[in-house]
Design a binder for this molecule. Structure first.
Ligand SMILES: [Zn+2]
Length: 443
């Protein structure tokens, strides 16, 4: 059994403060800004997403008391906060494992009475942080701002390589020729779709779990086992004489160039969640392994009645294309009830982009249909980094709505896969977000 937890939030446990911090700051009162967030085991971590189009009202309300963020090496970050404050500071408390440093890095904002601007660079590796905005030299949390934008820009290319990793026996895709045929159809579908968004996608590799470069994984992920993905543990599970499980992000480790910097797409028999075809962290943190480094797709999907249904190649390819969009920071064009729960925010109805259509009537229809069509777990357990977005087949969960009445139903980031859909599309603004986030993902 293999399980790893890279961030304190992953284990649903509170973090603990590290009082031994060697930081030169003696302003110990600053830690009070985030004490509750760090030490309360059931605190909800909101996440500042790079180049996000719709941060949401809840995140704005928590900027003074701490939100989660991460930084990557070789990336320049600019936090712009719309506020009439004359002075404001950004306190960045680093989180390492389950420890959080009590002395923050402090950035003084450059404020003009309308916007305060903070700039900093990522460190030598992927780092996680609690950010808190303050006034009065760190003594008070900053009031809720009107808007925020977290920009991230690096010099990594606006191109994405994919590494398809087939696990176990996979109904309909057990032979090498079937896997090759699938990979070719996926390449065709993604090439034209992502070309519209000026993102160059290519299939860099295709492999089986039984040939994984980490020998211990390859030994257990033999071709005869049936592998499924469990959303709650973010792990693949299978039975090979005994019940085994492996954090899905572990499968991104060990690959040699050029696969090391590719997005690992984990293909499993099914995802243990009714209607779900594909799932991704929103957004991905890394293309070189570690937390939030993989997307997952199932060749079959469970209906709410428990029946297993085959997904077509077109549906699986669309699910991978859609999840890759989430990985690169795209939100759903219209949000579902589950999105509201996962993001702890009922103010977000759409992606905020002017060139993706949105209809409030459709939004209300999706919200009520998705709220009534199934039961959900408690939102308070959905702590980072288990914040994810997925795509589902509405036919399998009895979703009672006519999605073709939605003007955005042919956009790739519409939350449902509908069999009758034509070729999905991406807008110029969606392309710009994906390119910005690709520039900030080390390869
Ligand atoms: Zn989705």
């Amino acid at each position: 059994m293999f399980l790893t937890f890279a961030l304190c939030a992953a284990a649903f446990l509170g973090c603990s403060p590290d009082m031994s911090s060697s930081s030169s700051s003696s302003e110990k009162w600053r830690y009070e800004l985030v004490r509750s967030l760090v030490e309360k085991s059931d605190a909800v971590l909101l996440q500042l997403i790079p180049n996000d189009s719709m941060p949401g009202d809840t995140l704005l309300a928590h900027l003074g008391s701490g939100v989660f963020a991460w930084t990557n090496p070789g990336v320049h970050y600019v936090l712009e906060v719309e506020s009439s404050e004359a002075e404001m500071e950004l306190n960045r408390f680093q989180s390492v494992g389950r420890k959080v440093y009590t002395s923050p890095r402090v950035n003084e904002g450059v404020c003009d009475g309308k916007v305060c601007r903070f700039e900093f660079d990522g460190g030598s590796s992927l780092q996680s942080w609690f950010f808190a905005l303050s006034v009065e030299n760190g003594r008070k949390p900053a009031p809720k701002p009107r808007a925020v934008r977290y920009g991230a820009a690096g010099t990594y290319p606006a191109a994405l390589d994919l590494n398809l990793v087939f696990l176990g026996k996979l109904t309909g895709y057990s032979t090498d020729s079937a896997q090759r045929f699938f990979a070719e159809r996926l390449s065709e579908a993604m090439d034209s779709l992502y070309a519209d968004a000026a993102v160059n996608v290519s299939l860099a590799g295709r492999s089986r779990g039984s040939a994984h470069p980490v020998a211990a994984y390859a030994k257990e992920l033999v071709d005869s086992v049936e592998v499924y993905f469990d959303v709650g543990s973010w792990a693949v599970h299978w039975y090979n004489g005994t019940h085994l499980m492996l954090d899905a992000d572990e499968l991104a480790r060990g690959w040699s160039e050029p696969l090391n910097g590719a997005l690992d797409v984990i293909v499993v028999e099914s995802i243990d969640d009714p209607g779900c075809v594909g799932i991704s962290p929103m957004p991905g943190y890394s293309l070189v392994g570690g937390t939030n480094a993989t997307v997952v797709v199932g060749v079959r999907t469970t209906s709410s009645s428990g029946a297993m249904v085959d997904n077509t190649i077109a549906e699986i390819a669309k699910a991978i294309s859609h999840e890759t969009g989430h990985f690169l920071g795209l939100r759903h064009t219209t949000v579902t009830w589950e999105d509201r729960l996962v993001f702890h925010d009922f103010s977000i109805h759409e992606d905020g982009l002017s060139d993706t259509p949105f209809d409030p009537l459709c939004d209300a229809g999706i919200a009520s249909a998705s709220a009534s069509s199934r039961a959900y777990g408690t939102a308070s357990k959905r702590l980072l980094p288990l914040r994810y977005e997925k795509v589902v087949r509405p036919d399998l969960i009895g979703l009672a709505m006519d999605e073709s009445s939605c003007p955005d139903y042919n956009n790739l980031m519409f939350p449902y896969i509908v069999e009758s859909d034509g070729t999905p599309t991406l807008s110029p603004s969606q392309g710009a977000i994906m390119r910005e986030n690709l520039s900030a993902l080390p390869r």
